[in-house]
Design a protein around this ligand. Structure first.
Ligand code: NDP
Length: 329
């Protein structure tokens, strides 16, 4: 029994190479549930793992793919039986453990979540880790008092995966959304998702000169980090929150503590990888309920396993728009 996978190998000089390869079922890693994968996707981390690894991949040969959705084929765990539809994000699958860029995956039952009612496996991967994380960020802002009508909510890296889903979710929940993008050509795409204001990236590129600027934003979902996050902190309204999700623009935070002390601003860290099970369920249920499926459809770029080496390189350069859905079959 063999199946197709995107296999990344490493040669004696330490150079990696990714190609679609036939894998035998007995090569799959240990785990208690075997899943017939239907769809996976491309996240920023996948770009690293398809390429030289960025320190995330420990052993080669490796099958990347940090998330997938499919149907249970075999299970040694009472929570899942053959035929069940499941989703996986996080737990370092696709990094340390073999991931979703294959027609089959074997994983721990603890890492899976039942596919929520109302979502197909394809829609679940259109959401993927990026969209799941956007939902976690929205939930964190709500837990810290954000309500529709409070004022514009800023989304940075808006045309990317996390950003696109964040814009669509916030707009559908009744928030006014300001979308930061470095790609002016994505303006109509972002407006269609629900953004009412487009903020050019250059406006937030400069490093902090004044620790406090005019109070502009009632909340922020930040996929960029770096100098942009530092600037945004100084523009937050009194007692509001920023959900820090990503580092597409850098890991450093060249900020001052003044916005925390004088404006009571909160910086909320969002981690999707080790989220407790109950929170995962809640987030997926909220996605099925609150994310307009026509907006999700507008974000989708379809792909196959063979497209992944190119798409991996593209996402690292910030050139992927919205969400790639990979049909592994
Ligand atoms: P994408 O590449 O799809 O989106 C990132 C976007 O950021 C780009 O599309 C671009 O948006 C913007 N961007 C890229 N480079 C820069 C730059 N140098 N300066 C400013 N903006 C830039 O990636 P994802 O949406 O999948 O992920 C976004 C970030 O979130 C990544 O850092 C990722 O690692 C992180 N992440 C974190 C998770 C967690 O658990 N905390 C889970 C998932 C992702 P535009 O063209 O509109 O400007």
């Amino acid at each position: 029994m063999s199946f197709n996978a995107l296999l990344v190998t490493k040669n004696d000089e330490g150079k990696t190479h990714a190609a679609v390869t036939q894998i035998a079922e007995d090569q799959l890693p240990e785990g208690d549930v075997t899943v017939a994968v239907e769809y996976s996707t491309v996240n920023y981390k996948d770009g690293l793992c398809i390429g030289p690894g960025g320190g995330l991949v420990r052993n080669y040969p490796h099958v990347p793919g940090i998330d997938f959705a499919g149907t249970v084929e075999a299970s040694d765990d009472t929570r899942y039986k053959p035929g069940d539809k499941v989703v996986l994000t996080g737990w370092r699958v696709g990094e340390v453990h073999w991931g979703g860029y294959a027609q089959k995956a074997r994983v721990k039952a603890d890492w899976l979540v039942p596919l929520p009612d109302g979502l197909s496996t394809r829609q679940a991967m259109a959401v993927g880790t990026a969209g799941f994380t956007a939902m976690l960020a929205v939930m964190a802002l709500e837990e810290h008092r954000l309500r529709p009508g409070d004022g514009p909510v800023l989304v940075t890296g808006a045309a990317g995966g996390v950003g696109s889903v964040a814009v669509a979710l916030l707009a559908a929940l009744g928030h006014e959304v300001a979308a930061v993008t470095g790609r002016p050509e994505t303006e109509s795409y972002l407006r269609d998702l629900g953004a009412s204001q487009i903020v050019p990236r250059e406006m937030l590129n400069e490093t902090v000169k004044r620790p406090l600027e005019s109070e502009l934003w009632a909340g922020c979902i930040d996929a960029v980090g770096g100098a942009m996050l530092a600037r945004v902190l100084g523009q937050m309204k009194y007692r509001t929150s920023v959900a820090a999700v990503g580092l597409a623009g850098g890991a450093a935070l060249p900020a001052t503590v003044i916005p925390f002390l004088l404006r009571g601003v909160n910086l909320l860290g969002i981690d999707s990888v080790l989220q407790p099970y109950d929170n995962r369920l809640r987030a997926w249920e909220r996605i099925a309920r609150d994310l307009p499926m026509d907006k999700l459809e507008a974000m989708i770029q379809p792909a196959t396993l063979a497209d992944l080496p190119q798409l991996g390189a593209d996402i690292l350069k910030g050139q992927v728009k919205g969400r790639v859905v990979v049909d592994v079959n």
